[in-house]
Write a protein that binds this ligand. Sequence first.
Ligand code: ZN
Length: 249
Amino acid sequence: VSGRADPLPALPAELPAEATGVFTTRSGGSSPPPWAELNLSLDVGDDARTVLANRDLLAGHLGAHAIVFPRQVHGRHTVIVDGPVTAGAPEADALVSRTAGVAIGVLAADCLPVLFADPVHDVVAVAHAGRRGLAAGVLQATVARMASYGADPGHTTAVIGPGVCGRCYEVPEQMRAEVAEAVPGTWSTTGRGTPALDLAAGAAHLLATSGVGEVRPTGICTVEDPRWYSHRRDGRTGRFAGVVMLNGR
Ligand SMILES: [Zn+2]
């Protein structure tokens, strides 16, 4: 992919060389406001043809034969993807693949996209982890599903993508208490001293306790960084993607 002229300013994920992973930004597509420009979601009111053209642009950027997104429901269900999906998007919050050239992605606008790669056993995965998914165990479920496909958590790298940070994600006191009980590390406080949740810290904790060998947070806050979509900041807006693909040998 590198070295080619490419108008898509996506953030490369620090994954092993056997995999390609990116977090897209708002830039590079053809969606009009309020979704401008590279909205990848079919569920936020943007024109479907525009969204599919944006997805094609991303597939071209990755050099992928196909790109698959699930229908996300904030749960912990995982689905194996071995090729292009023709019968509608699978309902899941995590996808796992060992097929080179097929990109798998999740969509977000404050929730965390998390990319996984085990380059020794050729397994990649992607998870959509918001407050509910984290508490439901979507990350542990993803690691377990990868293992069922031959992956070893110790050889796995996970990259935590852009999401709302622990200073921006204000929640009611009781919600903070409940989530922090379920997901250690999430207890946080806003700059104003009100209760908040740190999803990335919680994700890093869960990944480490699941045995994932290398955990790399991007540390980017979607609310504070205008390069990314933020539902909390903008309300009606688009969705960016975290996408991973196994490269061919
Ligand atoms: Zn923030």
